[in-house]
Design a protein around this ligand. Sequence first.
Ligand SMILES: Nc1ncnc2c1ncn2[C@@H]1O[C@H](COP(=O)(O)OP(=O)(O)OP(=O)(O)O)[C@@H](O)[C@H]1O
Length: 257
Amino acid sequence: MANDIILETESLSKHWGGIKALNDISLRFHDRQLHGVVGPNGAGKSTLLNMLCGTLKPSRGCIFHKGEQIDGMKPWKFVRRGIGRSFQKTNIYTVATCLENCAVAAQRRFAGSFNLLASRHTNQRVTEAAEKALHQVGLERRIHTVAAEISYGEQRQLELAMVLATDPCILLLDEPMAGMGHEESQRIIALLDQLKRDYCIVLVEHDMDAIFELSDQLTVLDNGTHLITGTVDEVRNDPRVKEAYLGKDDDAEEEAA
Ligand SMILES: Nc1ncnc2c1ncn2[C@@H]1O[C@H](COP(=O)(O)OP(=O)(O)OP(=O)(O)O)[C@@H](O)[C@H]1O
């Protein structure tokens, strides 16, 4: 079991002046598992993802990818290592086609050579990766459609495709279902359920039904601290979690019990 740990944090902390956005967080993320991260607003979820993808440097603590310490490396090195990150806010070029958006993302992973022959080969890899990613998320019929012309739900699917186009092994996803209707959310849930068979997914999401349905492991953060990590059942039944967080929104479940 231990050797399928693909990403690990050790006493990870991020402080801004007096604000302890994240304090002493030690977590293990496994290959081919979906690890949900929840917590009230300001709990430190986005801060965690920003450090896991290298865009934010920890104040203290370490990050290990496949056993190698990677904190302090440049963000593009995280991308090259297969650590892909999506954002809460839509991050696409609306004037470009879906394929072009994914190609720009794929270039972050594959481009980098000034050799002309190599660059032709690179262009082909970039296009192939972009097309594959659009197929993975079910947007194959939208390949040549300008992003401004697809629905909001499809734009969120495109965001996911842009991460997949970087050929990652780890997907760090920040609220991929934000602002979606029920039907669109169901489509993303089905997609993530499929993707977790092949990727390590770290999913930050406020939609608790989705998190409960998808998570193999679930972490609760509260005010920058690590409350618990466990299976969905372990977390739901933990009195600290009920008290600190889930209890507030769990009335329906309490009534049903
Ligand atoms: N650049 C920054 N400078 C100062 N404080 C920050 C910065 N970014 C985040 N914080 C603070 O760190 C804490 C954690 O923020 P973070 O965005 O990680 O929470 P979150 O759990 O993702 O919240 P939400 O669910 O609202 O997105 C908050 O108190 C926030 O105000």
